[in-house]
Design a protein around this ligand. Structure first.
Ligand code: SAM
Length: 454
C-alpha cells in the first residue's frame, strides 16, 4: 500500500465505524477493533494509536459525552440520526480529552465526516454544537452530587445508573468511586513470563533492551506490567512463546488452587487458556490438564497459545461444561471453574460491557454458573479442590453463588492465605474467598473462592 493510498483512509471514519458497531449494534469492542486494525495493518503506528484512542475513548466516556452534547443541543441525543449522534460524540471526545487535536480540526473534521456520510444538510448543526462545546468546555456544569449521587457518578464516570444502584447496595461509596476512577485510567498490559522457556529476569531484560517500559507485577513473581509497545504480536519473544497476556487476578486464582506436581487438573471453561497454561507451568511437565471450552472456535485459541508456549501436558477439547460426563466422575485433584460471567470487573479493558450488560442477563448467568458448578463439582475427587472464579463485581454471581454452592454440595470453603501474598490476606481470604477491586488492588475486578470436597 502506498503512502498516497493510506492517506485516502480517513481514520476518523474508521473510528465512526467502530463506535457505531459497539454503541448502536451491541458488538464487542475488542472484536470490532481487532477486525479493523487487522484489515488496515499497513496504517502507520501513530494512526493506529489515534484510531484506538478515539474509538475506545468515545465508547468509554459515552454517557458523559451525551450529557455534554445535550447541554448544547435542542435535539435530544436519542432523536438524532445515528451517524450524527456518533460523529458528535467523537467530536466532543476530541475536544475534551485529546489535547493534541486542535479544536478547529476536531470541529472541521466532524463536519466533513457528516457530509461524507450524506448529511450535507446537518453540517451547520454539527458545526454549531461542536463550536459551542469548544467555547464553553470549561464551564459545563455537571449534575450535583448532593442532589443525586447516582446521576452525578453516572455522568462523571460514564457508568449506567442501574449498575451504580446495584453497587450502592453491595459496596461502600468510597470503594465504588475508586473502582470507577480506575476503570477510566490508562492501563498497562500485564503479561506472565513463561518460565518453561525463559527466566523472568532474562525476559525482563529482553523487553528493556527493546525500549519497552517494564514494571514488576504487584503479586506474582512472573508478572510484568508493560507499556510503550506497538502491538502484542510485535513484542520480542511473542513468537517464541516467552509470555502470555494475563492479568494478575487470573494468575492468583491458579496459585490459589495449590497445584502440586502430578496433579490431575480440569479447566472446564478454559479459552483462551490463561489459567490452563499457568497451571501447566506449575505442574512442570508432570500430571495432566484437561482443558475444555464450548466451541471449536474457542478451543483453537487454547491450542494456539499452547503451541506458542510449548506446553505439552495439556489436552484440549470441545465440551459443554453444563452437560454431565460420567467418565470424569471423581477423577480430578483440582477443577478450575472460571465461569462465564457478566464481566463487570474488566470494564477498564472492555468498556462495552457496561452498556451491553443487563440485570436480566446477570440472572441468566447465575443460573448457568449454578448449573455448571453442580455438574463439574462431581468431577472432583474426594478431598480434591474446586476453584470458582469470575471477573465480575456483583454479589449474585460471587458470594451468593459461593454460599449457595456450600449449602447444596459436600464442599467447604478453605483458606486462601497459604497461596496469597500478605498484601491480599484478609478476613474473607481466611474464610476462603477474595474479591479484588481495581483502584484498590492492582488488578482487574475479580472473585476467587476455594472449596475442598469433603
Ligand atoms: C471467563 S472465560 C474463561 C477464561 C479462561 N479461563 C482463561 O483464563 O483464559 C469463560 C469461558 O467460558 C466459555 N463457556 C461459556 N459457556 C460454556 C459452557 N457451557 N461450557 C464450556 N465453556 C463455556 C466461554 O467460551 C469462555 O471462553
Amino acid at each position: 500500500m502506498t503512502t498516497k493510498e493510506t492517506k485516502a483512509i480517513n481514520v476518523r471514519e474508521l473510528a465512526l465505524e467502530i463506535v457505531t458497531e459497539v454503541l448502536e449494534n451491541q458488538k464487542a469492542l475488542s472484536e470490532v477493533i481487532h477486525g479493523v486494525l487487522d484489515k488496515y495493518q499497513y496504517l502507520p503506528k501513530q494512526e493506529r494509536a489515534f484510531l484506538t484512542r478515539l474509538s475506545e475513548g468515545t465508547i468509554e466516556t459515552a454517557i458523559e459525552l451525551d450529557y455534554i452534547i445535550e447541554q448544547f443541543s435542542t435535539v435530544k441525543i436519542k432523536k438524532m440520526k445515528t451517524p450524527i449522534r456518533n460523529i458528535l460524540r467523537m467530536g466532543v471526545y476530541q475536544l475534551k480529552y485529546m489535547n493534541q487535536v486542535p479544536a478547529s480540526a476536531a470541529c472541521n473534521e466532524s463536519v466533513k465526516l457528516a457530509a461524507k456520510k450524506g448529511f450535507h444538510n446537518l453540517k451547520g448543526f454539527v458545526n454549531g454544537i461542536l463550536r459551542n462545546v469548544s467555547g464553553n468546555i470549561e464551564k459545563i456544569s455537571y449534575p450535583s452530587r448532593t442532589q443525586n449521587i447516582v446521576k452525578a457518578l453516572s455522568v462523571s464516570y460514564s457508568m449506567p445508573e442501574w449498575i451504580l444502584e446495584m453497587w450502592n447496595r453491595q459496596m461502600e461509596r468510597e470503594q465504588i468511586e475508586k473502582v470507577l476512577k480506575a476503570f477510566l485510567e490508562e492501563r498497562k498490559t500485564v503479561v506472565r513470563c513463561n518460565t518453561e522457556k525463559i527466566t523472568a529476569n532474562d525476559f525482563k531484560n529482553l523487553l528493556l533492551e527493546h525500549e519497552i517500559i517494564v514494571e514488576d507485577g504487584a503479586y506474582c513473581p512472573t508478572a510484568f506490567r508493560i507499556s510503550n509497545y506497538d502491538t502484542i504480536r510485535r513484542i520480542p519473544g511473542f513468537q517464541e512463546g516467552y509470555f502470555i497476556v494475563q492479568d494478575e487476578s487470573s494468575m492468583l486464582s491458579v496459585l490459589c488452587a495449590g497445584i502440586e506436581k502430578e496433579n490431575h487438573v480440569m479447566d472446564v471453561c478454559a479459552a483462551p487458556g490463561g489459567k490452563t497454561l499457568f497451571a501447566a507451568e506449575l505442574l512442570k511437565g508432570t500430571g495432566k490438564i484437561l482443558s475444555y471450552d464450548i466451541s471449536q472456535y474457542k478451543v483453537d485459541f487454547i491450542e494456539e497459545n499452547k503451541k506458542r508456549l510449548g506446553i505439552n501436558n495439556v489436552e484440549t477439547g470441545v465440551q459443554d461444561a453444563s452437560v454431565y460426563r460420567k467418565e470424569y466422575e471423581q477423577s480430578q485433584d483440582i477443577v478450575i471453574a472460571d465461569l462465564p460471567c457478566s464481566g463487570l470487573g474488566i470494564i477498564g479493558n472492555k468498556p462495552d460491557i457496561k452498556y451491553h450488560c443487563t440485570l436480566e442477563g446477570i440472572h441468566q448467568l447465575v443460573d448457568i454458573q449454578r448449573k455448571i458448578l453442580s455438574v463439574v463439582s462431581q468431577y472432583v475427587k474426594k478431598g480434591g479442590v474446586l476453584i470458582y472464579s469470575t471477573c465480575t463485581l456483583n454479589k449474585m454471581e460471587n458470594i451468593e453463588n459461593t454460599v449457595w454452592f456450600q449449602e447444596q454440595f459436600d464442599f467447604e470453603l478453605e483458606s486462601l492465605d497459604p497461596y496469597l501474598p500478605d498484601a491480599l490476606k484478609s478476613d474473607t481470604t481466611k474464610k476462603g474467598y477474595l474479591t479484588l477491586l481495581p483502584g484498590i488492588n492492582k488488578s482487574d475486578g475479580f472473585f476467587i473462592a476455594r472449596f475442598r470436597k469433603r
